[in-house]
Design a protein around this ligand. Structure first.
Ligand SMILES: [Zn+2]
Ligand SMILES: [Zn+2]
Length: 228
């Protein structure tokens, strides 16, 4: 029996001053999809503890992410996530900030009313095929009701990561072990965005900023809903 469950180590190839790798489990599993619930809970605890250390060290925003598969930028074949410590919220998060009412609440209200892109609603969380997804099977996991405060301190974080794992399991059943990027946007009504990389970004996407998605999110939702 190994003497540890989740292990946090500095990234060997740091992009930022503080860039950590959270090794999900001592078991040799390649994908977040293969983690058990207790292992996912351990990841959430590690994220929480490191985010506290980061905050105390003057890095109030921690960017938590999952890169899995070579095509998605992963250099380790063993399941892991990463934490990059930032002194302020990064541009993608700032771009989602809007004044006034919560745009995520408005979005979820519309999505739950339509139901077309809803995959699972459970434990106060929803899993949706992203409206206007950039790539096939782009997904969103968010608390059903409005939340304030950091995701790292939320009891919903572990079940939210569990939904990501379940979505990936279902995706693997449909498409095989797809490379994937996923990340937490920890600002206001926090959420997780999951971007499977079944197709690559090329000149149209990178140069023109136009994303050609061959799978409608309604079809993606139906397929993932039906997958085992
Ligand atoms: Zn909200
Ligand atoms: Zn976001």
């Amino acid at each position: 029996m190994p003497g540890w469950t989740v292990r946090v180590v500095p990234n060997l190839y740091p992009v930022f001053e503080h860039h950590e790798v959270v090794v999900s489990t001592p078991r040799h599993v390649r994908s977040f999809a293969e983690l058990r619930d207790d292992e996912i809970a351990g990841v959430a605890v590690a994220w929480r503890e490191r985010s506290r250390v980061a905050r105390d060290a003057g890095f109030p925003y921690v960017h938590a992410l999952l890169n899995e598969g070579r095509e998605a930028g992963a250099s380790l074949p063993h399941s892991h996530t990463q934490l990059a410590w930032f002194e302020e919220a990064p541009p993608a998060v700032l771009a989602e900030r809007a004044g006034g009412e919560c745009s995520m609440c408005r979005h979820l209200e519309a999505e739950l009313a339509s139901g077309e892109r809803l995959i699972v609603e459970r434990e106060g969380l929803v899993l949706l095929a992203a409206y206007g997804g950039r790539l096939p099977y782009e997904l969103l996991v968010a608390p059903r009701e409005h939340v304030e405060g950091t995701a790292f301190e939320s009891d919903l974080l572990a079940p939210a990561l569990g939904l990501v794992a379940e979505a990936l399991r279902r995706l693997h059943a449909l498409e095989g072990p797809a490379p994937v990027n996923a990340w937490l946007h920890d600002d206001g009504h926090w959420h997780l965005e999951v971007l499977p990389r079944l197709t690559v970004f090329a000149g149209i996407e990178l140069g023109a900023g136009i994303y050609v998605n061959s799978l409608a999110p309604e079809q993606a939702a139906a397929a993932i809903r039906d997958a085992k």
